[in-house]
Design a protein around this ligand. Structure first.
Ligand code: HEC
Length: 189
C-alpha cells in the first residue's frame, strides 16, 4: 500500500514536471508527423501529388484488367495476370513514400486553382499516417499473395484485395462520384 502511494507520488511529480518543461525543451518535442533528419526529398509537393495520382490510377487500371481476365471477359493469360498483380503490389508498396510531411488534402478551391496538382487524399492520411502505411503494406502483401496463388484461388485473393482498396478509400480518400479518373493521364505535359 505504502509502496503504491509512493509510486503514485513519483508518477504525479513526473507528470507535473512534464507539464512545466521550459519553453525551449517543449518546442523540441517532435510533432506526430515531423520528418526525421534522414527524410529528405528532391522533388516538390506538386510533383509528388501528380506522381501518386498516376500511380493509383495505374493500380486501378491494372486491377480492372486483372478482374476482367479472371471473369473471362478478356482472354486468359497466366503470365500477364501474375505480372500485373506484381506491379500492383510494387505500386502499393511505393505509395506511402509519395506523401510529404506538409498535408495537401483535397479541397474544392485547390481543384479550381490547379486541377492537375490537387490531391484526392483526405486529411486522415496525415492524421493517421502510420495506419495508412500499415494498410498499404497489408494490401501489398495481399497483391503479392494473389500473384503467387494457384489459378483456382486467384479470384478469391483478388476480391480480398479489392475489399482492402475500398476500405482504405473509405477512410483515406475523398468521395469522387463525379470524377473521371482517366483524365489524370492528360495532366502530364
Ligand atoms: C492504403 C490505402 C489505399 C489502398 C490499399 C488503395 N488505395 Fe487507391 N487511393 C488511396 C488514396 C489515399 C488515394 C488518393 C491519392 C491522392 O490523390 O493522394 C487513392 C486513389 C485511387 C484512385 C484514383 C486515382 C486518381 O487520382 O485518378 C484509384 C483509381 C484507386 N485509388 C484505385 C485503387 C485500387 C484498385 C486499389 C486496390 C488494388 C487501391 N486503390 C488501394 C488509398 C488507397
Amino acid at each position: 500500500m505504502r509502496r503504491q502511494s509512493l509510486i503514485a507520488i513519483a508518477l504525479g511529480a513526473l507528470v507535473l514536471a512534464a507539464g512545466t518543461l521550459p519553453p525551449t525543451l517543449a518546442q523540441n518535442t517532435p510533432a506526430p508527423n515531423a520528418p526525421a533528419p534522414e527524410m529528405t526529398a528532391l522533388t516538390s509537393q506538386k510533383d509528388t501529388t501528380l506522381a501518386r495520382r498516376l500511380l493509383m490510377n495505374s493500380i486501378g487500371a491494372n486491377n480492372d484488367i486483372v478482374h476482367d481476365i479472371l471473369d473471362g471477359a478478356l482472354p486468359a493469360d497466366d503470365l500477364e495476370l501474375r505480372g500485373r498483380l506484381d506491379s500492383i503490389a510494387a505500386m502499393l508498396y511505393a505509395m506511402p513514400s509519395l506523401y510529404r510531411a506538409a498535408p495537401n488534402p483535397y479541397t474544392e478551391e485547390g481543384e479550381r486553382e490547379d486541377a492537375t496538382h490537387v490531391s484526392l487524399a483526405s486529411e486522415a492520411v496525415w492524421e493517421y499516417f502510420e495506419d495508412f502505411q500499415l494498410r498499404s503494406e497489408e494490401a501489398f502483401l495481399k497483391a503479392r499473395e494473389a500473384a503467387q496463388a494457384h489459378p483456382e484461388d486467384m479470384l478469391a485473393r483478388v476480391e480480398e484485395l479489392e475489399m482492402m482498396c475500398e476500405s482504405c478509400h473509405e477512410s483515406f480518400r475523398k468521395p469522387f462520384e463525379y470524377f473521371d479518373f482517366d483524365r489524370v493521364q492528360d495532366f502530364v505535359k
